[in-house]
Design a protein around this ligand. Structure first.
Ligand SMILES: [Zn+2]
Length: 365
């Protein structure tokens, strides 16, 4: 039998239940509480995704009963992100998950989406919490999102070095309308027009030549943003939208995005822009490999990664039930629903070995 210890750290010193994190936002006075999940639909969900999703539903249940306010989950699914990269004439291009099609005519997004929906439907039924899916390209059509983006671009001179110390650029990208190629590092980007309420950019497709993107508060031309820009615009959008609708939005993100990242990508820019409120985030436990690194998607660490564990179900949700069965799902669900009742169980990380023991029903002290 293995022993597990729970040393106090950080937030554990100031709260004794997770919903207390939101207490100073007066959730009881809000019309609705919305927890935001997000995922890139570019591979099978792995155990880290599952932990994040189960945590969000468990949190929603707990927050709803604590504050007695309607609570739902909104899942932002990113179909705009890299599906395939290629170098043409020394410039890196990518195509998004909707523009890369396999030999059967299925896009990457279509291939993996059912697995995400299966988990979400299952949790929604088990927890009695409603969820809705919001695709990135629908999200970015909203006036408040475009307003936030234009606000960032208008302040590019002070935000560039905050969001991108490497070269100070703000990475707003857009695809060739004919073939979907996107210039990843905006190598050929030209700013044609820039004012407070409108930006026109021009880029060049290696096959089809020049193409333009216009962003105003109300138009619908679609764009993609790199990760820090996407995070910041979302924070600004949520702050604006909460104010407008008397809602309380809370991002539920994996713990690997905590620490220095939110200070840099949320707080510094919001302060520089003169915001008086922060964005609300609750971080869920990160699942670590034996060496203490976050369990990653294979697409980022190589296809051979994690094979040595012989626990494919942890890495690839399509294998989860073959390996751990329905009882496995119930075990991890029960475990996480226990974590959210106690900050010292929830505000910490867990290893693959620990999760594997839980899934197999082994005894842990
Ligand atoms: Zn093209």
């Amino acid at each position: 039998m293995k022993n597990v210890y729970y040393p106090l750290a950080g937030m554990n010193y100031i709260i004794d239940s997770i919903p207390q994190i939101l207490k100073n936002k007066h959730p009881e006075d809000k019309k609705e509480i919305i927890l935001y999940l997000s995922a890139q639909v570019n591979s099978y969900p792995h155990i880290g995704t599952l932990v994040n999703f189960i945590s969000a539903f468990a949190l929603a249940k707990q927050i709803k009963s604590t504050y007695n306010v309607p609570t739902k989950i909104r899942v932002e699914l990113l179909e705009s992100v890299t599906g395939k990269e290629e170098i043409i004439n020394g410039v890196k291009y990518y195509k998004n998950l909707m523009n890369v099609v396999d030999k059967d005519g299925t896009t990457i997004c279509e291939k993996y989406l059912p697995y995400f929906k299966e988990i979400l439907n299952r949790l929604s039924t088990m927890d009695g919490i409603e969820y809705e899916i919001m695709f990135f390209y629908d999200y970015q059509k909203q006036t408040l999102v475009r307003k936030s983006l234009l606000e960032v671009l208008d302040n590019a001179d002070i935000l560039g070095e905050v969001l991108n110390p490497k070269d100070g650029s703000i990475r707003l990208r857009f695809e060739c309308p004919k073939c979907g190629l996107v210039d990843k590092h905006n190598h050929n980007l030209k700013v044609i027009h820039k004012s407070k309420d409108k930006i026109i950019l021009e880029n060049e497709c290696p096959i089809h030549g020049k193409h333009r993107l216009t962003v105003t508060e109300n138009n619908e031309e679609r764009f993609d943003m790199n990760v820090p820009l996407r995070y910041l615009v979302k924070a600004m959008y949520l702050i604006k939208s909460d104010k407008q609708n008397n809602t309380l939005s809370v991002i539920v993100d994996g713990g690997d995005w905590s620490g220095m990242w939110p200070l840099r990508v949320y707080m510094e820019p919001l302060l520089k822009l003169g915001y008086r409120e922060p964005v609300n985030v609750i971080y869920t436990p990160t699942i670590l490999d034996w060496s203490g690194s976050k369990l990653s998607k294979r697409m980022y660490v190589g296809n051979a990664a994690y094979r040595e564990y012989m626990k494919e179900g942890l890495i690839n949700y399509s294998e989860f039930y073959n390996q751990y069965g329905e009882i496995g799902f119930k075990r991890i669900y029960d475990e996480i629903n226990l974590w959210v009742t106690d900050p010292k169980l929830f505000i910490r990380d867990y290893t693959i070995e620990y999760i594997d023991m839980i899934l197999k029903g082994e005894n842990i002290n």
